[in-house]
Design a protein around this ligand. Structure first.
Ligand code: AMP
Ligand code: GLY
Length: 425
């Protein structure tokens, strides 16, 4: 089977690596990155242009396309592939609203009894201001731009003036463009966050692993939010009882509800959960794998993955369980100077081969190749991933790999995985 992985980040490099390990599978990628190009043919293409991607698929005789990021899904690449009669794993634009519209996701959860934070959707600044001023959600209160905002659309306001400012910035100040024309106002929940991943064919859902991300830039979860500075899998907080509860209270009603509403959800569903004192609550949905979560969950999938993805894309996922390895995975992101506000490019990167010789996987995200030299090209540059029988081993091995790598201005957190150690050792 010939598989095309669409995207150019760390998640897609991890997908290409994992799918390449399956028997009888040839993987190509578009547009890819230098790490991906080291293991698979890559084709330049604008991944948000479905016709351009379909042209690569026809020319390269691709049997299955796997979409990494949300943007191609939000513009309807799955719809275009369906019209063209080509197999693709990923939801239609209508089903992708679980991620692309927080107002849709919240109203959908309310319709189907999925546990989530209490909320109000406001279409005007006057309405939003009235709601925060009423104090009905207390403080802190969470203000979220409705649309895609590259992970930056959420403000946790600790006071009324902060909440008013967040509302005005989104709704009249155009901080998030049209994504902020609507806001969702939510009660602020507390508890650890866990990412829960399933693969769905539109009617069934196969759990494929859990992970925990580290969203803040600095150690001890301090500083601004980022796309994710590291992750580990599985989440030791996810007991088998809790896992069953999340399937029953969240995943099953979501898959059934989307199908009942005429928009069956096919693809990877990422459920962002907060484990509150009153039980698990959905914080957000993503309609794709996470980055860097993909880097740590994919290596744990022990069954051949490509046939599962193809079956999900065809709507005929028969497997109800997927074998996961006993080992744990830890991934440490290395970012460039200035991230997350800005990023520096063009710095030569040394030590990738040395880190890999130590048994780690060095996953590329923001890299480029200039005259045979790999250089930085963006905020999050690499994820160094290591496995171990226990978290302490995986953490030590991942950080040994990180220390083998160097470039000017590199920054990384030194505490990735410590949360897991505190729970499971
Ligand atoms: P989201 O983009 O919806 O995942 O939100 C980004 C981050 O904001 C989440 O990972 C949480 O850390 C935080 N957050 C979002 N919603 C809430 C909430 N209702 N209560 C507390 N924290 C939240
Ligand atoms: N790591 C969070 C995300 O992929 O959205």
């Amino acid at each position: 089977m010939r598989v095309l992985v669409l995207g150019s980040g760390g998640r897609e490099h991890a997908l290409v690596r994992r799918l390449s390990a399956d028997p009888d599978v040839t993987v190509i990628a578009a547009p890819g990155n230098p790490g991906i190009a080291g293991i698979a043919p890559v084709f330049p293409v604008n991944s948000t242009d479905p016709d351009a991607v379909l042209a690569v698929v026809a020319q390269q005789e691709v049997d299955l396309t796997v979409v990494g990021p949300e943007l191609p899904l939000s513009v309807g690449i799955a719809d275009a592939f369906a019209r063209a009669g080509r197999l693709l794993l990923g939801p239609t634009a209508a089903a992708a609203r679980l991620e692309t519209s927080k107002a849709f996701a919240k109203a959908f959860m309310a319709r189907h009894g999925v546990p989530t934070a209490r909320f109000h959707t406001a279409d005007s600044a006057d309405d939003a201001l009235a709601v925060v001023r009423s104090g009905s959600f207390g403080f802190p209160v969470v203000i979220k731009a409705d649309g895609l905002a590259a992970g930056k659309g959420v403000v946790i306001a600790t006071s009324l003036p902060d909440a008013e400012e967040a509302v005005l910035a989104a709704m009249t100040g155009n901080r998030f463009g049209s994504a902020g024309n609507r806001v969702v106002i939510e009660e602020c929940l507390t508890g650890p966050e866990v990412s829960f991943f399933v693969l769905s064919d539109g009617t069934r859902a196969l759990p494929i692993g859990t992970a925990q991300d580290h969203k803040r830039i600095f150690d001890n979860d301090e500083g601004p939010n980022t796309g994710g500075m590291g992750a580990f899998a599985p989440s030791p907080l996810m007991t088998s009882a809790l896992h069953a509860q999340v399937m029953r209270e969240v995943v099953d009603p979501v898959i059934a509800g989307m199908a009942a509403e005429g928009h069956p959800f096919q693809g990877f569903l990422y459920v962002g959960l907060m484990l509150t004192p009153s039980g698990p609550r959905v914080i957000e949905f993503n309609v794709r794998l996470g980055d860097p979560e993909a880097q740590v969950i994919l290596p744990r999938i022990a069954d051949p993955l490509t046939p599962l993805l193809a079956a999900a894309a065809r709507g005929s996922l028969e497997a109800s369980t997927c074998a996961l390895a006993d080992d744990v995975q830890v991934g440490v992101v290395i970012a460039s100077r200035g991230y997350p506000e800005s990023s520096e490019s063009g710095q030569p990167i040394r030590g990738i081969a040395e880190a890999e010789a130590m048994g780690t996987s060095v996953i590329h995200a923001g890299t480029a190749e200039h005259g045979g030299q790999v250089v930085t090209n963006g905020g999050r540059v690499l994820t160094v991933v290591a496995s171990g029988a226990r978290f302490s081993d995986a953490i030590d091995r991942a950080y040994a790999g990180v220390r083998a790598i160097s470039f000017d201005g590199m920054q990384y957190r030194t505490d990735i995985g410590r949360k897991a150690l505190a729970i499971s050792g």
